[in-house]
Design a protein around this ligand. Structure first.
Ligand code: SF4
Length: 412
């Protein structure tokens, strides 16, 4: 059942497992922060209740649990806070490729590396709108646009064009997101005024490992942009990349940093590195699925109301693996024909996959953390989701939660 966000949940689960990977969850988690229950000796397990703050060692202890235990806990937390049958379909378009002055070691669009990616000018509004329409027709409810820039800086004409794209796409009833590099408070406000739903700016990895990946801007620069986005009233999409040569403590560090933001990000994308020839990361081994799953499950517990997004690299994992990730709390995918520079599966393939697992696509603004603004909700648009009826079950017994989007905008 989907619980009200402020409710403390007590759920006792029969003890079922054997091998602890390192510390048992009951050592890892102070009982004062969790619901009351007996520990392993008592024959039962507790599931973490919703909380706002975590110590890093607590996140590490969650992460270190036996994998299926962790998945079970994450699946339970997911059901307490989200409709587990709903997956958000997003389409990401590269509106300005290549030629970026930054040195992100994984990125084919950096001008510092010799890759297949070539610098191109900013796309025209009409071209982007055609892509957005195609995405909407195919079931995507969020349209994201990425430009390979360090920052918008003084690109006034280009920025005005992007503002027009945002307005137009929002007018279609879609959630609209951009990722344009570093953002000033004023630029964030202009994007907000144009109707931007969310802004993506990843922390990428832990603070300690960050300098091994990027040297041309700091971790704190990234946090500053995230703060500017948040202050402007735009939803924050921020996550990371696995497979950069980081270790598990860096994955934990990334999740922990997210939990320390003044407000949890509305969206936490988890990317698996797609190693691109010509970048410093070209020789990296692909991350294994168990590490991806462990990261998703831990993020689901620590960020219970955030959308956890399987992003780049999803095509490297089988359908069954992806289904396991959905079970563990992932509830968004990128779909269409491409992400920024890497492949993804098509709308038809993804819709067929979701159908096989009893999952359906979210409507626009269905996420409880992302409230539509009353003034710009197109009337009679079926992609908008504004029901206020209490939860009910559909004919398959899956959840059909219909909380008022407008009434729930913050996490904790
Ligand atoms: S990840 Fe973004 S900021 Fe970094 S090099 Fe690529 S386009 Fe530039």
């Amino acid at each position: 059942m989907v619980m009200a966000p402020t409710r403390q949940v007590s759920l006792v689960i029969p003890r079922v497992f054997s091998r602890a990977r390192s510390t048992a969850v009951f050592r890892a988690v102070p009982s004062s922060r969790y619901t009351e229950s007996e520990g392993p000796e008592g024959g039962s397990w507790t599931v973490p209740a919703r909380r706002r703050e975590w110590k890093r060692e607590e996140v590490q202890a969650l992460f270190d649990q036996p994998l299926l235990e962790l998945v079970f806990q994450a699946a339970t937390v997911h059901r307490q806070h989200n409709d587990p049958s709903r997956i958000q379909l997003c389409t990401l378009m590269n509106i300005k490729e290549g030629g970026c002055s930054e040195d992100c070691a994984y990125c084919s669009q950096s001008s510092r590396y010799s890759t297949h990616s070539k610098a191109s000018p900013l796309e025209q509004v009409e071209t982007v709108m055609a892509e957005a329409r195609r995405a909407k027709e195919n079931g995507s409810t969020r349209f994201c646009m990425g430009a390979a820039w360090r920052e918008i800086g003084g690109r006034k004409r280009g920025f005005n064009r992007i503002l027009e794209m945002v307005k137009e796409i929002r007018g279609m009833g879609m959630e609209v997101c951009t990722t344009l590099g570093m953002l000033s408070p004023e630029q964030a406000k202009q994007l907000k005024d144009a109707g931007l739903s969310a802004y993506n700016h990843n922390l990428d990895t832990s603070r300690e490992y960050y300098s091994k990946v990027i040297t041309s801007r700091t971790y704190d620069d990234r946090l500053e942009t995230i703060n500017n986005v948040r202050t402007a009233g735009i939803s924050v999409c921020s996550g990371g990349i696995l497979g950069l040569g980081e270790d598990e403590s860096d994955r934990v560090g990334l999740i922990w940093e997210m939990s320390r933001l003044p407000e949890h990000p509305e969206s936490f994308p988890v990317n698996a590195l797609v190693a691109i020839k010509g970048t410093p990361m070209e020789g990296q081994e692909p991350v294994n699925f168990q590490e991806l799953l462990r990261t998703i499950a831990t993020a689901r517990i620590v960020l219970p109301t955030s959308i956890v997004r399987i992003a780049a690299g999803r095509h490297m994992f089988s359908e069954s693996e992806q289904a396991m990730a959905f079970l563990a709390g992932a509830n968004a995918i990128f779909t269409g024909h491409r992400m920024l520079t890497t492949p993804t599966s098509s709308w038809d393939e993804d819709k067929a996959m979701l159908s096989r697992w009893g999952l359906t696509g979210m409507k626009s603004f269905e996420s409880k953390r992302l409230a539509p603004l009353a003034y710009d909700m197109p009337p009679n648009d079926p992609t908008f989701h504004v029901d206020t009826e209490p939860s009910s079950r559909d004919e398959r017994g899956s959840y059909a939660m219909r909380d008022s989007a407008a009434s729930q905008t913050s996490s904790s």
